[in-house]
Design a protein around this ligand. Structure first.
Ligand code: ADP
Ligand code: MG
Length: 493
């Protein structure tokens, strides 16, 4: 008649009337319910609920000590809100207000006295069914929650691993580009050294040349240029590999200057290496005078390098790369245009995805995703136009920085007046060189031969500018006080 789980249900009967209790006990027993518990003392209900854990409570309303309403009130505070424990209220009073009051207090259903066996059976069966469905749903929920928690842990571990892999791959991509460039730097650096060594040996081998002033000056000029070029090459390489810091602040960047730098920095790839492979690639600059942009030069250099490398890769039988800048409304645009193989629609839509590459082992597929990240950080937009067989244009639109540009120009004009400058350097030669340059520009120069002396003079006198060496014994350039009331201090490195 009733299912297994229904028979196993625990039912608690509460009634102060012993003969009622006996009657109910008897009726339920006959229907098949075995696990019954009863009490005539309503004060015991809360304790019994905790101990017996009933699936259903049959509760009389009119009782001494605590009436049915008060019992329900007590139960409300001990039964968790998400637990469905049906309460079947026994009442002889079928008046609507009593029913409403009982429902409000937490009753689930009613049984009218005198009892009718088939009504009791059906009401109990329905309430227990609801109770068991509720329990099953709760179990399922718990299982699901557990599963979700497990999956979340798995996913966040996977995400961490992916991030780590991406970081390592990016580092590799950077190293690869760095390696390609280092070859070119060695080449350029050697050329510079050859000039310095060659011309100095000319003089050393034949000291009479020293009497010929114009020739010696000529030699010196060439050596000087070569030395400067070499310093430049090394400087650029160092900047390229400068470790990235999250806290890097943006500065005013001259796009054209940066592009010229990158053009020569990448020359080993687009010119020398391409020539060695038997293809000729021309790099053309089409640079309009544009305002500065706010940016991180190292990141932008890396982006431009990547775009040029991709263009070179896309021209297996040579071609032309054009680097173009122009101004439009409040934007500054930069284009890398190649005459290479172009992209299909599918490649064009996927090329920004991390790890997407059509170059097999030669590609990492990270260049463009990194590029896109940097452009986003610069609040720029990236546009890609491409057609198979006709080449590709990558266009970046940066927000322009017109106001700062104008302010910087104004500042440059103000700086034309003679300044009182403190030069701090423990090296005689470089102190002397800086001194001579500044005096030649019409400035008044005070020299200090070390950090301590420099600091004393700085505190005692007024200067418009301090030029200080970084690495010095004792008080070095970094230890200088930061006195914002004082004029700007520039570190010379
Ligand atoms: P990788 O260069 O390592 O393959 P990138 O993220 O730099 O990775 O580029 C992803 C893909 O986009 C390339 O493999 C290539 O298919 C395509 N691509 C990028 N730039 C160009 C371009 N200038 N011309 C044609 N295809 C390009
Ligand atoms: Mg690439």
């Amino acid at each position: 008649m009733i299912t297994m789980s229904q028979k196993e249900a625990r039912i608690l009967i509460v009634d102060d009337n012993v003969s009622n209790l006996a009657l109910l006990n008897n009726m339920l027993g006959r229907i098949g319910y075995k696990d019954l518990r009863q009490t005539t003392d309503s004060r015991q209900v809360v304790g019994l609920v905790a101990e017996f854990k009933p699936d259903l409570i049959i509760l009389d309303l009119m009782m001494p000590h605590l009436d049915g309403f008060e019992v329900m009130q007590q139960l409300e505070s001990v039964i968790p809100a998400d637990t469905y424990l049906p309460i079947l209220v026994l009442t002889a009073d079928i008046a609507a207000p009593t029913k409403r009051k009982a429902l409000a207090a937490g009753a689930t259903d009613f049984l009218h006295k005198p009892f009718d066996a088939s009504e009791i059976f059906m009401r109990i069966r329905n309430l227990l069914q609801s109770r068991f469905l509720h329990l099953a749903a709760q179990n399922q929920n718990q299982l699901l929650e557990q599963k979700v928690a497990e999956r979340t842990t798995e996913l966040s571990t996977a995400l961490e691993q992916l991030k780590e892999t991406q970081r390592v791959m990016l580092q590799q991509e950077r190293l690869r580009a760095f390696g390609e460039m280092a070859g070119g730097v060695v080449h350029d650096f050697n050329n510079a050294l050859m000039s310095v060594i060659g011309y100095s040996e000319l003089i050393l081998n034949d000291p009479t040349v020293l009497d010929d002033k114009p020739t010696v000056l000529d030699y010196l000029k060439t050596m000087n240029t070569a030395g400067r070029d070499a310093a430049h090459v090394v400087g650029r390489l160092r900047e390229f590999y400068r470790p990235r810091e999250e806290t890097d602040v943006f500065e005013s960047v001259s796009l054209n200057q940066l592009i010229e730098q990158v053009a020569s920095l990448t020359q080993p790839k687009w010119k020398d290496q391409a020539l060695a492979d038997g293809r000729t690639i021309a790099l053309e600059l089409d640079l309009e005078k544009v305002p500065t942009i706010a940016g991180n030069p190292a990141e932008l250099r890396e982006v431009f390098t990547n775009l040029i490398f991709n263009a070179v890769d896309a021209m297996p039988s040579g071609g032309t790369i054009t680097l173009r800048t122009y101004r439009s409304a409040d934007k500054v645009s930069f284009e890398v245009i190649d005459t290479g193989v172009g992209m299909t629609e599918e490649v064009r839509t996927r090329c920004l995805e991390p790890f997407f590459s059509t170059k097999g082992n030669r590609g990492t597929g990270l260049g463009l995703s990194m590029t896109f990240g940097v452009i986003k950080r610069h609040e720029g937009e990236l546009e890609i136009e491409s057609e198979p067989g006709r080449g590709t244009t990558f266009r970046i639109n940066f927000p322009s920085q017109v106001k700062i540009f104008e302010a910087a120009e104004a500042e440059a004009v103000i700086a034309q007046r003679p300044l009182r400058i403190l030069v701090v350097d423990d090296e005689t030669v470089s102190r002397d060189v800086v001194h001579k340059y500044l005096v030649a520009d019409g400035h008044e120069v005070v020299l200090a031969t070390g950090g301590e002396e420099g600091l004393e003079r700085f505190q005692a006198e007024n200067f418009d500018l301090v030029v200080t060496d970084h690495a010095m014994p004792g008080v070095n350039g970094r230890k200088w006080p930061d006195r914002s009331s004082r004029p700007a201090r520039r570190n010379r490195s």
